[in-house]
Design a protein around this ligand. Structure first.
Ligand SMILES: Nc1ncnc2c1ncn2[C@@H]1O[C@H](COP(=O)(O)OP(=O)(O)OP(=O)(O)O)[C@@H](O)[C@H]1O
Ligand SMILES: Cc1cn([C@H]2C[C@H](O)[C@@H](COP(=O)(O)O)O2)c(=O)[nH]c1=O
Length: 197
């Protein structure tokens, strides 16, 4: 089973991901993330830091996904492992539909086409939803700000995530991320345990 954690920057995904490692240890999940595939993850992070051309960045995210699927996700799923990924293809649809606006005539169509036929659909997607001002105040403490971490940009990204959830309600679990980390962890742990049974 493939479970993904999604949400805007600052929504608390990494905090949740780390917490789930302890909570779900008995299920022996494979914890993984995007971007960050073997041998391409660093290139993607350098491209983000360098504020690259949006199409270059989008192509790198897709390439990172391809390596992640081929070398990490698919082999684990084939062995029957539970896979939990911090970010996955919904990040592309939420972020690159915004970043590619103006750079490509049909960002959504391109993203659909480039994933069709080979990418693996998650069984369950945990979407952390957070008011943008709260996310911005959480991100303000960071020493390095990425170019995606702007209020207007993140507003669009969160709208895209919510639209995807509306179109695929059976896959998405929406989580109010404006609560304390322990409460969120309790709720998500229960949702995942219910899904794997
Ligand atoms: N439930 C919470 N309540 C208050 N602060 C939180 C909560 N969860 C995380 N934080 C804090 O918010 C900041 C961002 O959290 P975190 O790094 O987990 O977010 P993220 O979604 O992984 O962000 P990014 O995608 O940009 O890496 C951190 O300083 C973290 O300690
Ligand atoms: C997978 C993926 C990620 N992004 C963006 C989202 C974040 O701003 C950065 C890095 O992710 P992290 O969770 O903060 O480490 O990249 C994206 O735009 N498109 C993607 O496909």
């Amino acid at each position: 089973m493939l479970i993904t954690l999604e949400g805007i920057d600052g929504s608390g995904k990494s905090t949740l991901y780390e917490g789930l490692k302890n909570r779900l240890a008995d299920l022996n999940p494979l914890f993984t993330r995007e971007p960050g595939s073997p041998y391409l993850g660093d290139a993607v992070r350098r491209a983000i830091a360098a504020d690259s051309d949006p199409m270059v960045e989008a192509a790198l995210f897709v390439a990172d996904h391809a390596v992640h699927l081929a070398d990490v996700v698919r082999p684990a799923l084939t062995k029957g492992r539970l896979v939990i990924s911090d970010r996955y293809s919904d990040s592309r649809f939420a972020y690159q539909e915004v970043s590619l606006a103006g750079a490509h005539p049909d960002p959504h169509g391109w993203l659909e086409a480039v994933h069709a036929g080979w990418s693996i659909r998650p069984d369950l997607t945990i979407l952390l939803v957070l008011p943008i001002p709260v996310a911005m105040s959480r991100l303000a403490g960071r020493s390095e700000q990425e170019h995606f971490e702007r209020q207007e940009f993140l507003e669009h990204v969160q709208k895209n995530y919510l639209a995807r959830a509306v179109h695929d309600p059976g896959r998405f679990v929406l989580v109010d991320a404006d609560r304390d980390a322990e409460t969120i962890l309790d709720f998500v742990e229960k949702s995942i345990r219910a899904a794997v049974q």
